[in-house]
Write a protein that binds this ligand. Sequence first.
Ligand SMILES: NC(=O)c1ccc[n+]([C@@H]2O[C@H](COP(=O)([O-])OP(=O)(O)OC[C@H]3O[C@@H](n4cnc5c(N)ncnc54)[C@H](O)[C@@H]3O)[C@@H](O)[C@H]2O)c1
Length: 423
Amino acid sequence: MKKFASKTSVAVVGLGYVGLPTALAIAEAGVKVTGIDINKKRVNQLNGGKSFIAEIPDETVKRMLKNFRATTDWKAIKKCNVVLITVPTPLNKNKAPDTSFIENAAKKIYPHIKRGVIVVLESTTYPGTTEELLLPILERSGLKAGRDFYLAFAPERIDPGNKQFKFTDIPKVVGGINKISTDKTAAFYQLYLKKVHPVSSARTAEMTKLLENIFRLVNISLVNELKMLADKMDIDFWEVIEAAKTKPYGFTPFYPGPGVGGHCIPLDPFYLSWKARELNFFTRFIDLAGEINELMPHHVATKVIWALNNKKKAVRGAKILALGVAYKKDIDDPRESPAVEVIKDLVKKGANVRYNDPFIPQINVSGKTFRSVPLNKKALKSADCVLVLTDHSIYDYKMIARTAKLIIDTRGAIKARKPSIIT
Ligand SMILES: NC(=O)c1ccc[n+]([C@@H]2O[C@H](COP(=O)([O-])OP(=O)(O)OC[C@H]3O[C@@H](n4cnc5c(N)ncnc54)[C@H](O)[C@@H]3O)[C@@H](O)[C@H]2O)c1
């Protein structure tokens, strides 16, 4: 790793699941980082050495304070020569891209940028965003992009909960609006990341990130559809995947579940579908995968209803204990979690649902607050149905399998096979 020039100073705009680890990695490389966020509470929390992400301990934030400060004051941009934008890119209620976070950030950034600054968008978005949306706002500064300041897209690929890959080991794809923007941005990332992969344009980099996420959405939806068929055929689909995995080439395992969640995979692909329509192009794979994904929570709820029915029990009034509400294992993020949709559906049908999640103390479902209940033998025994929605590693699945009278395991976390366990 090269040394940061002592005058390098970086602003990270948006201190969330991406912005905080990014700021951390840069601070740990010994460079000054200013985190800018509109959330005052989060800013104060971080300056007080407190993390809001379970897998980042307070000690790490405290250590990082040597080189890091958070602020809500946009003037901090003035003393920075690199600005990384890591704000959210959700969908609006009509499933169209909501780029307002990028636009709002850009409007606050441009009055403070100076000659020579590198501005990089890291938020996932449709091809064209950097040039069509961000560039014109930043040029209101009177500076010309690609000449007076440098502009690039470099998607973040962090995988929360994944302990196998260190943040700095994940290669960074970089695409500038022109060659010099790519070169300058790539040189910056090379200061603290092991590998940088420059591409020919910002649009190529934007499309690269979408390909990665669409690949996951389509494949997860595919296995979910095949799992539904395998159920009808009375074939254990988990066993099928384990068998297919023995093929040494040409097969990548994906696993069924209650649907895809998080701030990326269920949303980002629709940024591309939306953009494609501008060209009269319909992204059928994405739409089909999205449709299957939307169906999954209701499929799980139906499975619960059938399993209870076989026990001569109506769903109305049935005691259901849901295990895990995070969108995937070992993390504390419930955004777009299919678990929430499953619970919503069951509550609507009159079930008495409680949940446990060691990482998420409370959730809101249809305007009602649910609090995580302790997971013990009493809770397991008293439930008419235990529903595994997120396969957190911390759970004692053997004990769960021994104790609960009926289990629906949507994640294949319980290896035992007996009639009281339905996957
Ligand atoms: N979460 C992931 O695993 C992940 C992985 C790769 C890429 N991404 C992408 O990274 C981007 C950020 O995602 P995230 O999960 O970190 O989001 P997040 O919601 O966790 O964090 C975003 C932060 O930005 C702040 N913010 C919002 N508007 C702002 C503004 N105008 N100015 C300054 N700060 C603002 C919010 O207060 C919040 O702290 C998204 O485009 C997402 O698709 C996320």
